[in-house]
Ligand binder design. Structure first.
Ligand SMILES: [Fe+2]
Length: 151
């Protein structure tokens, strides 16, 4: 069985995960200010999530007879928190796109589809969380701007 198409696609995903390890770790290093405590941990956790995905994908590539890439794409850097969060949303959105593309190639291989869907779900969770943060960065409870007047 020729696995080269799915191996190539998985290596695209792996390259993106390596990018995430470096980009999120760098964000954790440099984030400063009042919110450093919160966001440094969040970025380090995201770097760990990317490494976790890289581990799964790398092992799957070997199982399919391929060689996992050690390359990564250029990372986006900033020391401005809002800009870092914007880069993070871009990164997670691209991950969703890449795993969706891999799913198209994996069609027909049920186990591989489930494997990719599990990761895809976590990437989408990242998009959702960052979207909620960036929608209202100053923070307010949902619906708090609504009028409380009755009648
Ligand atoms: Fe990931």
């Amino acid at each position: 069985m020729d696995n080269s198409a799915i191996i190539d696609k998985l290596n695209d995903c792996l390259r993106h995960e390596w990018t995430g390890v470096a980009q999120y770790a760098q964000a954790g290093f440099v984030v400063s200010g009042l919110w450093r405590d919160v966001y440094a941990d969040m970025f380090y956790d995201s770097a760990k999530e990317s490494f976790g995905h890289a581990k799964k994908v790398g092992e799957k590539i070997v199982a399919l007879g391929g060689v996992p890439t050690v390359e990564r794409n250029p990372i986006k850097q900033s020391d401005d928190l809002m800009e870092i969060l914007g880069h993070a949303l871009e990164f997670e959105s691209k991950a969703v796109k890449m795993y969706n593309e891999a799913l198209v190639v994996a069609e027909g291989d049920r186990a591989l589809v489930v494997f990719l869907e599990d990761i895809l779900k976590e990437e989408q969770d990242g998009v959702d969380e960052l979207t909620r943060i960036l929608r209202n960065p100053q923070g307010s409870a949902a619906g708090s701007k609504k009028s409380t007047k009755a009648g």
